[in-house]
Design a protein around this ligand. Structure first.
Ligand SMILES: [Cu+2]
Length: 228
């Protein structure tokens, strides 16, 4: 009986490990990934979902196992050893500590400002965005970015609170009057990525698109020069 229990728990553990790895490999939490930061975020989310799947299935599995075994043995009440108590207090504590340390590191990687970043100031107003390329002194109503170069976007608002959200960036940031908020992005691939204002900002809010055009560096430089 004891050997069978050990075998069962070992099989359960291996099965859970397989589920965790499958979740991490298969489930893609973001709809699309256009930046290095979104890729880091996606990796983090996959690991959290993998851990959550293992914990959920493990706890439910043990619950069913204990209920069935207790029922078969005719016990109406569980008897708990203090060793087992230590395990179910200690294991979650270690797990949460690991997740906290990993999250803090991940967040500081994502938010780390790049020293060679191109600076673009963004002014939001009802119901449009204005992008200003500081070094080139160029204004644009569309955000155009080159692949591979880190960009620091500095947001403010001319009227009410708006929110810049491009799902493929994995991040969302508010544009607030009299305040500057920042977002660093490093584009990974070319394309047009849909974006919107994600804060209800008035009777034209739904028209406030924020699409981003990511181009090859040479094409971007040509655009920037021709916009001067
Ligand atoms: Cu808005």
């Amino acid at each position: 009986m004891r050997e069978r229990t050990i075998l069962l728990i070992t099989l359960l553990g291996l099965g859970l490990l397989a589920v965790g790895v499958a979740v991490v490999v298969v489930v893609e939490p973001l709809p699309e990934i256009a930046t290095v930061e979104a890729q880091l975020l996606s990796q983090g989310l996959k690991i959290f979902f993998g851990i959550a799947a293992v914990v959920f299935l493990g706890v439910e599995g043990l619950l069913v196992f204990a209920s069935v075994r207790g029922h078969l043995q005719g016990k109406s009440q569980a008897q708990v050893s203090s060793g087992l108590e230590m395990v179910w207090i200690g294991l979650p504590a270690v797990l949460v500590a690991v997740i906290v340390i990993y999250s803090v590191n991940l967040l500081s990687d994502i938010e780390a400002p790049a020293s060679d970043a191109m600076v673009v100031t963004v002014t939001a107003r009802q119901f449009e965005w204005e992008f200003y390329y500081v070094d080139a002194a160029v204004s644009s109503d569309t955000l155009v970015l080159p692949v591979g170069k880190p960009v620091e976007l500095l947001f403010t608002s001319a009227d009410v609170i708006h929110s810049f959200w491009v799902p493929a960036f994995g991040e969302k940031i508010d544009a607030v009057p009299d305040m500057v908020t920042s977002l660093t992005v490093t584009p990974l691939k070319t394309g047009i990525f849909r974006g919107v204002c994600a804060e209800l900002c008035g009777a034209g809010h739904e028209t406030m698109q924020a699409d981003v055009l990511i181009q090859d560096p040479a094409v971007f430089e040509a655009w920037l020069t021709s916009s001067r």
